[in-house]
Write a protein that binds this ligand. Structure first.
Ligand code: NAP
Length: 283
């Protein structure tokens, strides 16, 4: 990588950002496509988020991804928000379009693409989402836009599950319920069960958001976590022979969709998968 006075800057803003795979993914794609660009991480403190967004414009940074906890907070400082990002209420990709900051969300599309790539049917299915944070909201919206039969939101803090449930029933015609994590034991007919909580993420690798008695009821299991590549949640799926996925495909697809927003073309997904495999993020 040759950095010179013409090198364009891209990056990630969040807090913390130290464990992100985004620099590896995007710098690999830049090298592959011979783009004179570099991707770096910016660890931004909450009190500096407004200045950080204005800094994108002031410094001519070409684009950034936005991660926890700023996906909602950046919205008031942008000049344009895509319809999908508005619906989800969160931005994970900003494009600096000649000084006009545009906000997009690629989490929802990245998630749906990853299911379709694995041959998982969505239309008419009954899905259960564990969690009610930013990722759960993006996924609930994505499912609602893709004609699932029903969505159940189960969360540790029931008030937050209720808020997401209310949001979905107000915006969509999708059948939606909310419940506590424990009450899922009384649920049957779970086509797709998704862990959209941070439970099981490194370093707490021996935790699972729900008991294995609940996990064994599902026909497809999806954990948004990719570090570790096999959470306890997914180990239970394997134990009961249930088809499953970790969060890496979603990560790669949402990164590719950001790349597409910035450059108008796809990156080479196979190359990225191979690079991540070499680094042992993929089996
Ligand atoms: P978030 O907004 O902070 O939400 C976190 C969720 O986890 C909340 O529902 C929270 O419940 C729940 N939770 C946290 N600790 C818990 C515990 N000990 N027991 C039960 N529930 C607990 O985070 P997010 O952005 O939605 O991210 C959630 C997960 O998705 C993270 O692991 C993240 O890495 C992953 N993710 C992956 C991708 C990908 O591309 N693969 C993309 C986005 C996110 P309360 O409401 O009760 O606090």
């Amino acid at each position: 990588m040759n950095i010179d006075s013409k090198t364009k800057i891209y990056g990630l803003i969040g807090h913390p950002v130290g464990h992100s795979l985004s620099p590896l993914i995007h710098n690999t794609a830049f090298l592959d496509q011979k783009l004179n660009c570099i991707y770096d991480c910016f660890d931004v403190l909450p009190e500096n988020i407004k200045d950080a967004v204005f800094g994108i414009k002031a410094l001519g940074i070409m684009g950034v991804n936005v991660t926890v906890p700023y996906k909602e907070m950046v919205i008031p400082y942008l000049d344009f928000i895509s319809d999908e990002a508005k619906l989800i209420g969160a931005v994970n990709t900003i494009k600096n379009n000649d000084g006009r900051l545009e906000g997009y969300n690629t989490d929802a599309s990245g998630f749906i693409e990853s299911l379709l790539e694995q041959g998982v049917e969505i239309k008419g299915k009954n899905v259960v989402i564990l969690g009610a944070g930013g990722a759960a909201r993006a996924i609930a919206v994505a499912f609602s836009l893709n004609d699932v039969n029903s969505i159940t939101i189960a969360n540790r803090t029931e008030g937050k599950a209720y808020n997401l449930y209310k949001y979905i029933i107000e915006k969509f015609r999708t059948e939606c319920k909310y419940t506590s994590l424990d009450e899922l034991i009384d649920f049957d007919n779970i086509d797709i069960l998704i862990n959209a909580t941070s439970v099981g993420m490194f370093p707490n690798v021996n935790a699972t958001p729900v008991d294995e008695k609940i996990i064994r009821k599902a026909k497809f299991i999806y954990d948004l976590i990719y570090n570790p590549k096999e959470t306890l949640f997914l180990r239970y799926a394997k134990k009961y022979g249930i088809k499953n996925s970790n969060g890496l495909n979603m990560l790669i697809n949402q990164a590719n969709n950001s790349f597409k927003i910035w450059f108008g073309k796809n990156f080479n997904k196979n190359l990225i998968v191979n690079v991540l495999r070499k680094k042992e993020f993929i089996k």
